[in-house]
Design a protein around this ligand. Structure first.
Ligand SMILES: [Mg+2]
Length: 427
């Protein structure tokens, strides 16, 4: 931790899952929706997670279950043992989804992650935060709150208050920031803790706003240099950088930046069919199946005013690695996001919810020839491997000479890698 502020104004987001354990349980048991729910600690000792309804009837965090028997009875509280395997898996999925939105991400705890949004400073960060929130909800079923600010400490506070509003709170250029800091008790400021807060209260520093305008020299003299960093953070001068620890990216992605902008639907689809073939081939090479296909498009990110990033995910009826099925999913998504007249500079697809072939559930009404088709696909891959990529390919991937999108595609430039994380932004 350095207390020297960065020269460039940083921007961070904190994405915090709401009532995480309860939310995980609700994804798989929608009957819990709208009811008071608590999740218990190991050995079913006390409440470690509460739904909003449970909070509203006065169940406190950490309440021993034997002491709240009456409320549980009277209000029909749903009581669950904790399922940490489930929570860890959901946490990974949320992190995987979040990592699509920033190059740098710090998984801070099982239900919180910081995202570095500095590259997007100047664009509509509130809209971006809503996009993050909506996407996480759609992909994982988990509701998250997103706080945005110029330091991690402020982003933390923003996310807490985001819960009480629309799930998003952006402190950058926000006139209400000080008013909210005033409502934040000093012990609730990130990193302050009980010991410091007792001292600070002796000096009349009772909330985050008092701390923001505190006398730095006095604090330094009385309480050491650590707290001066916190004051800077509250003033919007980032002192704590992101401690990046990107989650393992389990998805397979294929995307490219086009050399020329594309507006034509068929050309765009052609490009995407090619990326889809590649991604499906990769999937088969590792003997796995995908359950979720996501397609995205982006216009030129350097034209901030008109920049548009769109994405749509399509759930496969059965986890698959068949190119034809994945292409169908991709096209279903593309139809939803394609906008006539929009100039596309980049597009790609992403395969998620990947499972080993052996784990693929075979549903009752699944196509009877699936096994045969999978074998055919592997033959297809073998020919391409031996004879060179694209010896055999789907006609939909384009056979024509005029493939505007292909120019860059063949150029194998490291600047145009498939890094999905390098992509998003909002205009
Ligand atoms: Mg949380």
């Amino acid at each position: 931790m350095s207390s020297t502020p960065y020269k460039r104004k940083s921007v961070f987001a904190l994405a915090d899952c709401n009532n995480f354990y309860v939310s995980c349980e609700r994804v798989f048991n929608p009957k819990l929706e709208g009811k008071p729910v608590i999740v218990l600690s190991n050995n079913d000792g006390c409440a470690v997670a509460r739904s909003n309804e449970a909070k509203a009837i006065g169940i406190k965090m950490g309440a021993p279950v034997f002491k709240i028997g009456n409320i549980i009875q009277a209000s029909g509280v749903q009581v669950l043992s904790s399922n940490y395997t489930l929570y860890a898996d959901m946490s990974r999925r949320v992190a995987e989804c979040l990592s699509q939105f920033a190059d740098d991400i710090e998984i801070y705890s099982i239900d919180e992650a910081f995202l570095e949004l500095t590259p997007f400073a100047g664009s509509d960060l509130t809209a971006y935060a809503h996009e993050i929130r909506d996407t996480v909800k759609k992909w994982t079923g988990i509701p998250v709150s997103v706080g945005i600010a110029e330091s991690k400490t402020l982003a933390k506070i923003a996310s807490r208050f985001a819960k009480k509003s629309e799930g998003v709170l952006n402190f950058c250029d926000n006139k209400d920031t000080d008013r909210i800091l005033e409502k934040t008790e000093i012990e609730d400021v990130w990193g302050i803790g009980r010991k410091y807060s007792l001292y600070l209260r002796c000096y009349g520093i009772r909330n985050a706003l008092h701390m923001k305008y505190a006398d730095v020299n006095l604090i330094k003299r009385k309480m050491g240099v650590n707290l001066t960093g916190m004051i800077e953070e509250l003033r919007g001068n980032a002192c704590y950088p992101l401690e990046s620890n990107p989650p393992p990216r389990k998805g397979i992605r294929a995307s490219r930046t086009f050399c020329h902008e594309i507006t034509d639907y068929n050309l765009l689809r052609e490009a995407l069919c090619t990326y889809t073939s590649r991604a499906a081939e990769k999937l088969r090479r590792q003997n796995s199946l995908a359950g979720l296909v996501t397609v995205f498009t982006a216009t030129n990110r350097f034209q901030k005013e008109s920049f548009r990033f769109r994405m749509e995910s399509v759930r496969m009826p059965v986890s698959t690695n068949l190119t034809s099925e994945i292409m169908a999913g991709m096209q279903e998504g593309l139809k939803k996001i394609y906008q006539r007249g929009e100039k596309y500079k980049k597009a790609g697809i992403m395969l998620n919810e990947i499972v080993p072939e052996a784990q693929g559930q075979r549903v009752l009404f699944d196509r009877p020839d699936r096994g045969k088709r999978e074998k055919l696909m592997k033959t297809f891959d073998a020919v391409n491997k031996k004879m060179g990529t694209d010896t055999l390919k789907y006609a939909s991937a384009g056979l024509g000479e005029k493939q505007q999108w292909r120019t860059v595609f063949n150029r194998k430039s490291p600047a145009y890698t498939t890094d999905w994380g390098a992509l998003p932004g909002v205009g």
